[in-house]
Design a protein around this ligand. Structure first.
Ligand SMILES: C[S@@+](CC[C@H](N)C(=O)[O-])C[C@H]1O[C@@H](n2cnc3c(N)ncnc32)[C@H](O)[C@@H]1O
Length: 285
């Protein structure tokens, strides 16, 4: 009966979803309420209270962006870079504990997954949305990560400037005019600020990129997720900030990640300008 109801509501994987709802419900009343919410169009993850991401169960409250499978690619890229940086071929590990910052962290999925694969990390995560911050605090608690509420770099401790080894950001990057084309699960149940990246989708990403050199350690890396078609502009933004750009993509996951590396042993380009960028509050996307 549950399967029939879910299928009628348009759930393509009705059997799988029904299994998950059965295992999550504590009572028949619970199950009925969950099926109602799902049939009304709420994302399965909001109904269950968690999403699977990189093999972890990430708590996701209603109103918080549901981590996407494609973002696992960003985690894999970041983990692989962090491992190489920790132990360059033929050398002893450079640092015992990488400093990782997850900007626009949402549920904290990326930071939590990186902490799980890398082991000991000094993890700092930021989101502007209090609901996301509450959720992220639960998800990064196991790794001792700290979560701050505010606009991009603004709430981070100043002591991190110049010391971040891995800076990840899955910032909002949907062009404003494409928001209406998103599936209703996202359009209705995820906050607009979580997806809307402004006219070309890159407003937040440009702000992330512009200030990144100030926070990265020499040789540190910025990794941002973008759409495939946005990658050239994102690369340009990374290059303009003084970082060395690279693009990685996965056709399996339909994922694109732009990577910017702060050259080791090179001073910051026009620090005054970087300060200016940091001081800009920008739009609340
Ligand atoms: C696309 S969601 C990604 C969430 C998470 N990184 C993930 O991959 O699941 C973007 C997140 O950025 C946050 N955000 C948007 N603008 C922000 C800003 N100026 N400063 C901090 N966070 C911001 C939103 O609240 C939302 O949680």
């Amino acid at each position: 009966m549950v399967v029939t109801r879910l299928r009628a509501a348009g759930c393509v994987f009705a059997e799988d979803e029904a299994r998950l709802l059965f295992s999550a419900a504590r009572t028949p009343g619970d199950l009925a309420a969950m099926v109602d919410r799902r049939a009304a169009g709420q994302p399965l993850e909001h109904v269950l209270g968690w999403a699977e991401f990189c093999g972890l169960r990430i708590a996701v409250d209603p109103g918080v962006f549901v981590p996407r499978r494609r973002t696992e690619f960003l985690v894999r890229q970041a983990a692989s870079i962090a491992r190489q940086a920790a132990a360059p071929v033929g050398q002893a590990p450079a640092r015992p504990r990488a400093c990782v910052v997850d900007l626009c962290c949402g549920s904290g999925a990326i930071g939590a997954a990186l902490a799980a694969v890398l082991g000991r990390v000094d993890l700092h995560a930021v989101d502007i949305d209090p609901a996301a911050v509450r959720c992220a605090r639960r998800n990064v608690a196991a790794s001792g990560g700290r979560v701050y509420e505010g606009d991009l770099y603004r709430p981070l401790p100043a002591a991190l400037r110049g010391h971040v080894d891995i800076l990840v950001a899955n910032a909002p990057y949907v062009p404003a005019e494409a928001i209406g084309l998103l599936p209703p699960e996202s359009r209705i149940h995820e906050p607009r600020a979580a997806v809307d990246g402004g006219a070309d989708g890159l407003d937040v990403l440009r702000r992330v990129t512009a200030a990144a050199p100030l926070w990265l350690a020499p040789g540190g890396h910025l990794l941002v997720e973008t759409g495939e078609r946005q990658a050239p502009q994102a690369v340009e933004a990374v290059a303009c900030s003084g970082l060395l750009p690279q693009v990685a993509s996965s056709s399996d996951l339909n994922a694109t990640v732009v990577i910017g590396t702060r050259p080791a042993g090179v001073g910051l380009r026009s620090p005054a300008r970087q300060e200016g960028v940091l001081g800009t509050s920008g739009r609340r996307s």
